[in-house]
Design a protein around this ligand. Sequence first.
Ligand code: ATP
Ligand code: MG
Length: 222
Amino acid sequence: MDNFLKITDIKKSYKIDKQNSLHVLKGINLDIRKGEIIAIQGQSGAGKSTLLHILGTLDRPDSGNINYENEDITKFSEKELAEFRNKKIGFIFQFHHLLPEFTALENILIPAMIDGKSMRERAMELLDIVGVKNREHHKPSEISGGEAQRVAIARALINSPKIVLADEPTGNLDTENANSVIKLIFELREKFNQTFVIVTHNEEFADKCDRIVKMKDGLIIS
Ligand SMILES: Nc1ncnc2c1ncn2[C@@H]1O[C@H](COP(=O)(O)OP(=O)(O)OP(=O)(O)O)[C@@H](O)[C@H]1O
Ligand SMILES: [Mg+2]
């Protein structure tokens, strides 16, 4: 084990009223290696998105530790977390969440600009890698759903994140576009040794991944 990402006994509950809480994560333990592509599966409500949000520092666990390369991010302040999130984590969602008034190129550059660097060349290279270089000046309404998701993947990679977290990245795509997004994710691993954690209901996709983590009622069952 290379201590790339070590998740220890993560628990999370939400208050539903004064007396009751909903225990959504009941003690999650997981070790992830650099360059690994992991599928997370489980029925609706199992806690998959909650776990992804916590790994992505969008939400804090009630207890437990998350060590990225031996650095425990659960100890970070809000400011440190925001910086870590922006620089070290890429997100891909079911819907591309591109900003409608910006072009493909500008959308990719947005996380880099938050970071205060000009990354135009890298953004162009990423557009090329994800196969939509000729759409650089198009706005999201002027490209297909599959192309928009490719742009969203390029956006996730602009800051060379430690890890890319994806929640149903092919859930909104037809089979052909889904397959090409899956192929792209494996190409990105080849090229950058990029680590991915992917929540997916797509069985074919999950079977291709290095590991399938199955969740049920807030626990990993296999
Ligand atoms: N902010 C919140 N406040 C209260 N309850 C929440 C909150 N977020 C999630 N939950 C509840 O936690 C449980 C797990 O939710 P989560 O979104 O992690 O499930 P999931 O495995 O991603 O399901 P799906 O496959 O439907 O996306 C659900 O019962 C959900 O209603
Ligand atoms: Mg979910």
